[in-house]
Design a protein around this ligand. Sequence first.
Ligand code: MLT
Ligand code: MN
Ligand code: ZN
Length: 307
Amino acid sequence: MRVRILGSAAGGGLPQWNCRCANCQAARADSPNVQPRTQSSVAVSADGCAWYLLNVSADVRQQIVRCPDLAPPTQALRGTRIAGCVLTDAEIDHTSGLLQLREGCTFGIFSTAFVHQCLTRYLPIETVLAGFADRPWTEIPLGDAIRLPLPDGDFSGLTIRAFETGRDAARYLPDQTGEAAGAVIGLQIEDFNTGGVLVYAPGLQQLTRSLAEAAQSADGILIDGTFWTDDEPVNMGIGHRTARQMGHIPVSGSEGSLGWLAGLPARHRVYIHMNNTNPMLNNIGPQRQQVTRHGVQVGMDGDVFEL
Ligand code: MLT
Ligand code: MN
Ligand code: ZN
């Protein structure tokens, strides 16, 4: 399986349009220490020809244009190598890019029933897209592996298994929605031929048993690196909720994700979905050194690995 990070930043990207934090200012000034990043998305393929997008960010057009693997195939005037999209939540940063991919072609969208409901009723992406292109929607269960198909129905070579990683619903949902099963999932993706396993979890509220089990046997892990500390959003003055309250376990600290990741056998342990305030985004800062010392990488747009 080929894994390509299309966008490594959380919602807002880096620099974010309205932000003057140290990282955003450095990226704006072309600092060699803080590279610009597009918003959260990954592409996976068993054969290097047909690709599944894991989340579809508002930057998807730029991400596709930049990536020769995702260029339209040569057989026809219009076409795509995108075989489908899997959504891990209903957040705007992970779904609004579907509207950018409206100009024809056929590919499926996969999400939990709850996310499907959000994107039909409250952020009606499915309804809007129906006027433009064929986007058959498949609801995926929690816990059971399913085979991802190619648009013609053949098996793509990839299976996915969804597990819960959080229950906080997106901010645009009505207040009474509360916690919902299937609101935020992680994916265990297996290449049927090579046996390579990827765990992808860009929104991780806490280290759950199902995640720990999936991660133990994974060859590659792409995981929530949104915030360095739990109080970062509050301290930086960008919000009133802590990282955990926003559905993101912090990287550092005794209960953070870094110590846990460091003990896992996976060849590739990579942070993704970094918020632009996260100090580990600075290539020469002490936080980056700490991450690297633990054998973990801070993912970058364009990073590719094979499993
Ligand atoms: C998140 O990851 O918590 C959400 O995408 C936040 C947002 O973009 O509103
Ligand atoms: Mn997000
Ligand atoms: Zn910023």
